[in-house]
Design a protein. Structure first.
Length: 556
């Protein structure tokens, strides 16, 4: 039996006649705006979601970014309205980190090392995987629901009460969370705050920080071009905007173009020290190396050990990072660092999940290298046949075709595409609602990705339709590598991939949108295969939605 997806006259149907309009209606019905009668955690999250910019308004903002410095002026105003001043942020002893690839991992390493030394740490990062409060961590743990709720309403109510005299303005989603993080870290009296830049650097809202103790720049690449510029040099200029006069800055080794720009930015701003790190091989090793330098510098400048480094005025030239022997605490911190959804392997019986939120060409290249190595090890130790499955989605302005092209040599037996919707029927988690893009747009993107995958694998298709599932043969390296399926949500995709092997995914309490795949079960031997290896990549939001189902405790 053959299932076909027809793309004609605007009718886009997924898996056996379920069209995009119907899916959009079903999902929209479960995401109606709630009433805020209480002030508990879910009410806080739903209220926070009202600060998201809808898709059409967001596009207008992107087209009108002619005076980005105004964003920082607005951020200072919002901060003051919330009850804080930029001067108070000086007391957070901040480590400020930007970059394109690896900045989150660098921050995670840095935070864990300093916590190992006994410091009380604050860590602000984005995006979250399962719950919003993951973005604001104290001593390595997301702040509790009660604490999040308490500080959320304190900050939100102050801003809400002052909006009438400020033309009704309220901070957008990321700005608000940044302000909230500053409040939490000050109230919880952290010894050091590790702050990850959102997008860019120069005009990112985290850049209201005046006096960080040390800055870091991880590997740069092409991303967010509509905001940061369409060349690596323009992006480097934006990233170097976090440099501050007299503040040490450590830079991971870059190519010549962006390295020159970063050096010029440091000279222009008066950063005391721009340091490049030697190429360390695998990307996590480079991130760990940068984290060690940031930690070492912070400890030297902050701790009363007689080794404090005074700020130096002016620019001292591009230098090699100092060589030092990592302390036992540093080694322990590196070894015990956990960062969900980044090069993560999770084995559940005969199903092994490989999760990495790579979403740029640069990070996907690193992901492919990691997956090929670790999957080969698992296949070597596996008993019986192995089916390789790709679960993919990408969002925003990503070059999906370029990323998918990198994945083709991994020899997947089938590719599965779905939007970042965790559960198309029971997805009531306000933490993962996204109003910046329409459901129809998300599903259409999946169909486009599927078409690209088929073309990359040399499978022909009719002009007006895409074959889904019919005659798919999933024996390892026996089927057509371009075989692919589209699902309307993450849970339905996971349930089809695992075929009852993972009891957590097939929990009877989880209900999915009924979808008729029209796939001949005898022709799809997922059940008969001894092992299923699944790579989930392309989007941190996809990885987060997957982890929500694989590790229910993350939603507790």
């Amino acid at each position: 039996m053959t299932g076909r997806l027809v793309r004609a006259r605007g009718q886009l149907s997924v898996l056996g006649g379920l069209n995009i309009t119907e899916i959009t209606r079903k999902i929209s019905n479960i995401k109606a705006a709630p009433s805020y009668r209480r002030m508990d955690y879910q009410d806080a999250i739903c209220t926070l979601n009202t600060l998201q910019t809808n898709a059409s308004a967001l596009e207008q903002v992107r087209r009108g970014r002619t005076q980005p410095q105004i964003q920082l002026q607005a951020m200072r105003s919002f901060l003051q309205r919330s009850g804080l001043t930029v001067e108070e942020l000086d007391h957070l002893n901040i480590i400020h980190v930007t970059g394109t690839k690896g900045k989150g991992s660098t921050c995670a390493f840095t935070e864990n090392i300093l916590r190992t030394y006994g410091f009380r740490t604050g860590f602000y990062s984005s995006p979250h995987l399962v719950q919003v409060r993951e973005r604001i961590r104290v001593n390595g743990c997301p702040i509790g629901k009660d604490l999040f709720t308490k500080y959320f309403w304190q900050v939100y109510n102050r801003l809400d009460k002052t909006k009438d005299v400020h033309d009704g303005s309220m901070p957008a989603y990321f700005r608000f969370l940044t302000i909230l993080a500053f409040h939490v870290f000050l109230q919880e009296k952290v010894d050091v705050a590790i702050i990850e830049v959102g997008i860019g650097g120069a005009y990112d809202c985290t850049n209201i920080i005046r006096k960080p103790w040390v800055c870091g720049v991880s590997l740069l690449g092409i991303d967010h071009t509509s905001i940061l510029g369409d060349t690596i040099e323009k992006i480097a200029w934006q990233k170097g905007g976090i440099f501050k006069p007299g503040v040490p800055a450590f830079i991971m080794k870059q190519t010549e173009g962006p390295m020159t720009v970063l050096q010029e930015r440091a000279e222009e701003i008066g950063s005391s020290e721009v340091v490049k790190l030697g190429l360390a091989g695998q990307h996590q090793c480079s991130n760990a190396s940068l984290a060690l330098q940031l930690t070492h510098c912070w400890l030297q400048r902050h701790c009363s050990t007689g080794q404090k480094v005074a700020p130096v005025s002016g620019f001292s030239g591009l230098q090699k990072a100092s060589v030092f022997e990592p302390s036992p605490q540093m080694l322990k911190g590196l070894a015990e660092t956990e960062w969900l959804g980044r090069n993560q392997t999770l084995r559940r019986g005969t199903v092994t999940y490989f999760l990495d939120g790579a979403h740029t060409k640069c990070s996907m290249q690193a992901c492919v290298g990691w997956f090929n190595e670790v999957a080969a090890q698992h296949e070597k130790n596996a008993t019986g046949s192995v089916v390789r499955v790709l679960l993919f989605n990408a969002t925003g302005e990503r070059d999906c075709t370029a990323m998918l092209k990198m994945l083709v040599p991994c020899h997947f037996d089938v590719a599965v595409f779905c939007p970042n919707i965790t559960d198309a029927i029971a997805d009531c988690s306000a933490d993962q609602q996204n109003f910046n893009v329409s459901v129809e747009n998300m599903l259409t993107r999946c169909l486009d990705n599927q078409q690209s995958w088929r073309v990359l694998n040399g499978i022909e298709e009719a002009e007006s339709e895409i074959l889904i599932g019919g005659g798919v043969h999933l024996h390892r390296r026996a089927g057509r590598r371009g075989d692919s399926v589209v699902f309307p949500c993450i849970l339905s995709a996971l349930q089809w991939i695992t075929q009852g092997r993972d009891p957590v995914v097939f929990d009877s309490s989880k209900h999915i949108m009924p979808v008729k795949t029209n796939v001949n079960a005898k022709a799809v031997p997922l059940k008969e295969a001894a092992n299923v290896h699944v790579l989930i990549t392309g989007s941190l939001h996809l990885v987060g939605g997957t982890l929500k189902h694989l590790i229910p405790a993350l939603s507790a």
